[in-house]
Design a binder for this molecule. Structure first.
Ligand code: AMP
Ligand code: MG
Length: 180
């Protein structure tokens, strides 16, 4: 089985996913890491935050290649995004050519408040985060719900919205584990 776990940067996705991995038989594979490794090999990017700034056709090319690799792996949690905020607009993280390769059984979208997300981002100096306002964050989270529902309709897989409460990622993780 393959499942998708997503959430906007700063939502606490890595922490929650790590807890799910510990308590389940799934291993986590990060979609962006696969894209980054291939993009680096091709001298297109030097860090993972440059991927979303590439030409859309280059992003799609890396996206397709990553999807093919993931489609060959089993019992995985795919750590990725419902949409990617690129300078040219929102890019779907799971367009038809990705979903056809992955054949996932469920989508999970981790959400939190805009306040919490901004707080997490300001504490993580390792990433080149966008300078989003609270309204930008609210918009992205709303857009991601629409994308999640569209993917669910396209593929017939279930969709779950998981709230990650302040200081209690284990509650979000338990919520996911219960639905696996
Ligand atoms: P992350 O560390 O999860 O933020 O992933 C790093 C970067 O990989 C993201 O900012 C995107 O540019 C890219 N990425 C991850 N997942 C996808 C996807 N499903 N489709 C397109 N780009 C993706
Ligand atoms: Mg992360």
């Amino acid at each position: 089985m393959r499942i998708i776990v997503s959430g906007i940067p700063g939502v606490g996705k890595s922490t929650v996913i790590g807890m799910v991995e510990e308590k389940s038989e799934y291993r986590v594979i990060n979609f962006g890491t696969l894209m980054f490794e291939m993009g680096k090999e091709l001298n297109l990017v030097e860090n993972r935050d440059e991927i979303r700034k590439l030409n859309i056709s280059e992003q799609i090319d890396l996206q397709k290649k990553a999807a093919i690799k993931l489609g060959q792996m089993n019992n995985i949690i795919i750590d990725t995004h419902m949409s990617i905020k690129s300078p040219k607009g929102y890019l779907p993280g799971l367009p038809q050519w990705v979903l056809n390769e992955l054949n996932v059984s469920s989508y999970f979208l981790i959400e939190s408040t805009a306040e919490e997300i901004l707080k997490h981002r300001s504490k993580d100096p390792t990433r080149a985060r966008d300078d989003d306002t609270m309204d930008d964050i609210k918009e992205q989270q709303e857009i991601n719900r629409y994308y999640a529902v569209a993917y669910s309709v396209y593929s017939g897989a279930t969709v779950n919205f998981i709230y990650n409460p302040d200081n209690h990622p284990e509650m979000a993780a338990e919520n996911i584990i219960r639905r696996l």
